[in-house]
Write a protein that binds this ligand. Structure first.
Ligand SMILES: NC(=O)c1ccc[n+]([C@@H]2O[C@H](COP(=O)([O-])OP(=O)(O)OC[C@H]3O[C@@H](n4cnc5c(N)ncnc54)[C@H](OP(=O)(O)O)[C@@H]3O)[C@@H](O)[C@H]2O)c1
Length: 303
């Protein structure tokens, strides 16, 4: 039996947005880390992983593979103690391939990143697929932990608040949909990485599912106020009511080949997204930053 923190971990999805933050946490805690990279993975994302390791004064291994080809992942899974699966669970077929390879490799333990999307009280294919994937994990025979983060932010390459901040800085205005009295509870990226580290070897978390979100829910309008205060910049907020927004976006989605907004997204924006992380706090001391604290860090990083 290896000492805690000595285990070998395979990260699947390390070349994504969350990946480098997880790599950093694991290396700082002396885990031996292998990152699965695809032949098609963006070279700059791979360099980012190598730079992260260099900064931590450690080394990582890069192993080429693809979940679409189980022959490439079985030998990698045979060599490790734990796998951290950070590929979108909407892609159920990839998860099925992973579970097959894990079984063939005799893997015992894996941590999966799902999403609080599964808790949103609206019907969607994304939600259905993610829930289906969670069921497959539960029935896989693996010793699993599933973490469900809310919207993740806190790094220059996030698609959420960093984009919003850059947009406001450049244009001096921001467009929102609806009255803005819906609740949101985004989670800071370092808190997600810390949660992954905390559950890896924590037997209290075995075969359980946890929500992980920011310190407390805030109204969308309050979020805008916090951004304004922290940015120390005045900006105009243009509010588009939900109904006309959905109508206009449905026309745009119908004529655009690759729409960046869909009517379903507009609908989800007006729904309360507030989540209890009581169980995470109890089992692994999850204690996330408030939005004020997280956004201040992000604004400093973007300066
Ligand atoms: N970002 C958020 O706000 C958020 C919120 C809640 C939950 N989550 C969940 O957190 C996890 C990580 O999110 P993220 O934003 O970091 O994701 P991301 O940036 O979209 O990265 C996805 C990763 O999956 C890898 N991947 C895709 N297809 C693969 C395949 N066939 N074989 C092997 N790897 C494959 C990608 O590799 P390549 O680089 O090679 O394409 C990439 O490393 C996901 O499960 C996501 O659903 C994210």
């Amino acid at each position: 039996m290896k000492a805690k923190g000595q285990e070998m971990v395979l990260l699947i999805g390390a070349t994504g947005f969350l990946g480098p933050h997880v790599v950093e946490k694991l290396l700082q805690n002396n885990y031996s880390v292998t990152c699965l990279v695809r032949k098609s993975s963006d070279a700059s994302r791979i360099s980012k992983l190598e730079e992260t390791a260099k900064k931590a004064g450690k080394k990582i291994s890069l192993a080429t593979g693809d979940l679409e080809d189980t022959d490439s992942t079985i030998p990698l899974l045979e060599k490790v103690d734990i796998a951290v699966y950070m590929v979108d669970l909407e892609l159920t077929e990839l998860l099925e391939n992973f579970l097959y390879a894990a079984r063939r490799a005799g893997l015992k333990r894996a941590v999966f990143i799902s999403s609080t999307t599964v808790l949103v009280p609206l019907k969607s294919t994304v939600k259905e697929q993610k829930l289906k994937s969670e069921e497959l994990i539960k029935n896989s025979g693996l010793c699993y932990t599933i973490l469900r983060p809310s919207m993740i932010y806190g790094s220059a390459d996030d698609n959420n608040f960093s984009r919003m901040i850059e947009f406001i800085k450049k244009r001096g205005f921001f467009v929102t949909f609806g009255k803005g009295n819906n609740l949101i509870q985004p989670v800071y990226i370092e808190d997600v990485a810390e949660a992954i580290l905390s559950v890896l070897n924590n037997s209290k978390t075995y075969n359980k599912i946890y929500n992980i979100a920011g310190k407390e829910p805030i109204e969308y309008n309050r979020m805008l106020e916090i951004v304004r205060n922290k940015l120390k910049k005045r900006f105009i907020v243009i509010r588009v009511p939900i109904r006309p927004a959905k109508f206009l976006i449905s026309i745009y989605a119908a004529i655009s080949k690759n729409p960046s907004l869909t009517p379903g997204q507009i609908e989800r924006m007006s729904v309360d997204k507030a989540y209890s992380y009581e169980e995470a706090a109890r089992d692994f001391n999850f204690s996330p930053l408030s939005f004020e604290e997280g956004i201040e860090k992000l604004i400093k990083e973007l300066d």
